[in-house]
Design a protein around this ligand. Structure first.
Ligand code: ZN
Length: 743
């Protein structure tokens, strides 16, 4: 691992933050971010850093304070305010307390020591940082260090790799108990310059931000070098297919190429290819993933007890890179892979163990479901037994988690990782990638892997402070819901997509490939990171529809809500109708609706957790307009298909409803395509300009309302959130048009 320190960058950080919070904290923020930038050191809120400083009290006197990362903060993006000030002197005395403080007491007592009582809660490790020497303290969960600690004889392996001056502690519960153990270790080894906590991580300290940071890098590099050496020596022992991501460390001076640095990308593909059997082609992996993911996603959903929204769904993110596949396919991989995670704070994301499903018949949907269901059930049984074994450790008031795995390992496919939202699934996936890489190393080097003991796993999984990380502010109503919108790049499609994303859904934008789709993706991706995906889809081509649905299933595991919105308009009297123009509308508005409904039904059936379909219909179905025959007739056919779908899909708990807007002119800068086709003619016919025509439509409804794409979006959200037990119904969004009332 190389140091990312840059004098120029450090100076820029001082320039930026020192005026606000002082130079010491500016540099603390800078090196915290350097640690956070390295997925091999910390992932998603893991690790913590601190600075010993002082704050001025009411009397103008300097009070010694520990500036420590707030609980739940992320080092990668931390701001100076992300370190909260805790009065140092009392905190430093905590190890004198004979009895261990439980999490709740520790949290309350730490909050009582906050200089600003309104500040966020400090990291649970604050008492540990308080007893460590050095003005700056850096704590990480470095993979390379954990690869050494998590094995039989781990303490010796750490000492041999990291050399003198590094104290090694057995596993101790983080928080107050760890602070006591650290204080005792320092009393015994006052010359220590760093510490390794078994099955937990590394901590370094120093007089300056750079010193402490560089020491972390130095020790991690030493660990990497030791791993590289044992990987080379162990080659052949571990069996073909096992590749250590550290085996190249010496050749590259411990530095991995940037493209290798992302989680799950372990590189070494050239060597892998010569050592293992044929890895399935990318296209084959895609096919398997699209087939398996929705079935698995359905099995991982848990019953909610709410008849309107009976499932708590998950999002599934897959890890299918060649190194993971090679590892899972190698002999003996199962024993190694089905073992605890690298460090305790991964548990709430991954659960104590992954589930292993081999021999999955990807071409036989029924048998595939059976096998997946059996594996998930067996895992659930084991999990319940584990909860029973440790029930006495369950904090008061805490309920056992839903007994379903979060990481599913499938040889020939990869690791499928689940979370209740896109973000949670992404975190589970990143953690799984790091975990599998360390375990693959153990196999390559021929060393055993040993994770935390069962009771420590349980204690960490059900720690009140860990549980608090999962209890976020109320989730938006569609969090964890995956939506697919056709014709998303049009005005109504964009408005609906935006409304769904606002309500928390992951939204797949589909339309014909082109600039309009790309622009919308860019707009929404920035506002809803990780929850927007654009995929080209031509509703008139069955293969394209199937491919679009499959792409979404691969990205998020499945689909819960399909908004059938793509449509075309054409202005002509019947007398003058060009049959080819009529057929064009038929293909998009009727056949397109049919093909999307057909694919939705197939996917929702495989998933088995119900779903919703909303058709964007039109007021013209009920109140057609002259010269608008092709549109009114084809939309009426689409509307009827949706009603049929409501009959056919009700047994699957799939609700199908319609929204019937009156003319929508545009959405932001986006003009409605529908409108572009009819606006000019209508203006000419009525002798109006654009504003005049808009006013004409507004004035013809009872409420004198301008109908917008936002309104249509809200109507879709109404159905998608299942506020009422309704299917086969039409919600007019037209300001009140008596002759267009559904009848
Ligand atoms: Zn830690």
């Amino acid at each position: 691992m190389h140091s990312r320190w840059s004098d120029a960058e450090a100076a820029r950080c001082v320039e930026r933050w020192a005026p606000r919070r002082g130079e010491a904290l500016a540099l603390r923020t800078y090196t915290s971010r350097l640690l956070g930038a390295e997925p091999d050191l910390v992932l998603h809120g893991g690790g913590n850093t601190s600075l010993e400083g002082s704050v001025r009290d009411l009397f103008g006197e300097e009070v010694p304070a520990l500036l420590i990362k707030a609980s739940g903060g992320d080092l990668a993006s931390i701001e100076p305010e992300g370190h909260v000030a805790v009065r140092l002197e009392p905190l430093r005395r905590w190890p004198e307390l004979a009895a261990d403080l439980d999490d709740e007491t520790a949290e309350r007592e730490m909050r009582a020591l906050l200089v600003d009582p309104g500040a966020p809660t400090p990291s649970i490790e604050a008492p540990v940082h308080a007893v460590l020497p050095g003005r700056y303290v850096d704590h990480t969960h470095a993979d390379a260090v954990l690869a050494l600690t998590n094995r039989p004889g781990g303490e010796e392996a750490v000492r041999a790799a990291l050399g003198d001056g590094v104290a090694v502690l057995p596993y101790v519960t983080p928080g107050h108990p760890l602070a006591k153990a650290v204080a005792a270790a320092l009393a015994e080894e006052p010359g220590a310059r760093a510490m390794v906590w078994m099955h937990h991580g590394l901590v370094t300290w120093g007089g300056t931000a750079r010193e402490s940071y560089e020491l972390t890098i130095e020790l991690v590099s030493r660990a990497e070098a030791a791993l590289a050496a044992e990987a080379r020596a162990g080659r052949g022992r571990g069996g073909a297919g096992f590749v250590s991501r550290w085996s190249a460390a010496e050749r590259t001076g411990g530095r991995r190429a940037p493209e290798e640095a992302s989680p799950g990308r372990t590189g070494e593909s050239a060597e892998t290819a010569t050592e293992v059997g044929p890895v399935p082609s990318l296209a084959e992996i895609d096919r398997r993933l699209a087939a398996a993911a929705p079935v698995l996603r359905g099995l991982l959903a848990s019953p909610s007890g709410d008849p309107d929204r009976p499932w708590r769904r998950v999002v599934v993110r897959a890890l299918t890179d060649p190194a993971v596949l090679a590892f899972l396919d190698a002999p003996g991989a199962r024993e190694l892979a089905v073992s605890p995670p690298l460090t305790g704070d991964h548990l709430i994301r991954t659960r104590p163990l992954p589930v292993w499903v081999d021999g999955l018949p990807f071409d036989d949907p029924d048998r595939m479901r059976e096998r997946l269901a059996a594996a998930v059930d067996a895992w659930a049984g084991d999990y319940r037994a584990y909860v029973e074994r440790h029930r006495r450790l369950l904090p008061p008031g805490a309920e056992p988690f839903d007994p379903r795995p979060r990481v599913v390992l499938v040889p020939g496919l990869g690791a499928l990782c689940a979370g209740t939202t896109c973000r949670e699934a992404e975190i589970a996936r990143d953690i799984a990638a790091q975990t599998l890489a360390v375990k693959a190393h153990c196999a390559a080097a021929g060393v055993a892997y040993r994770g935390l003991a069962d009771e420590h796993l349980f204690a960490m999984e059900y720690r009140p402070l860990q549980l608090a990380k999962l209890r976020r502010a109320a989730e938006p109503p569609l969090a964890g819901t995956v939506a697919l919108v056709t014709g998303a790049a049009g005005a109504i499609g964009a408005g609906v997509s935006e409304a769904l994303a606002d309500a928390g859904a992951a939204v797949a934008l589909t339309d014909l490939a082109g600039e309009a789709l790309d622009d919308l993706e860019r707009d929404l991706r920035d506002r809803f990171p990780g929850r927007i995906l654009a995929t080209p889809l031509d509703v008139t081509a069955p293969a394209s529809v199937a491919a679009g649905f499959a792409a979404v299933a691969r990205a998020w595991g499945g689909i819960d809500l399909v908004v059938v919105n793509a449509g075309l308009a054409h202005v002509s009297t019947l007398e003058e109708m060009d049959p080819e123009a009529f057929r064009r509308l038929e293909r998009v508005n009727v056949e397109g609706t049919l093909l999307v409904l057909r694919e939705a039904a197939r996917l929702l059936r495989r998933q088995g957790t119900g779903g919703d379909v909303v058709l964007v219909s039109t007021k013209n179905v009920f109140s057609p307009g002259a010269s608008f025959g092709a549109y009114s007739a084809t939309k009426a056919a689409a509307h009827q298909l949706a009603r049929i779908a409501s009959l056919e899909l009700a047994p699957l708990d799939v609700r199908v409803n319609m929204v019937a807007p009156d003319a929508v002119f545009g959405h932001g800068d986006r003009r409605s395509g529908l409108w572009a086709a009819v606006g000019p003619d209508r203006m000419r016919a009525r002798g109006l300009d654009e504003a005049g025509l808009e006013a004409y439509y507004r004035d013809r409804n009872l409420l004198k309302a301008r109908v917008t794409a936002h309104h249509v979006g809200r109507a879709v959200v109404f159905f998608a959130t299942r506020q009422t037990p309704t299917t086969g119904a039409t919600l007019p969004v037209d300001g009140g048009l008596p002759d267009a009332t559904p009848r």
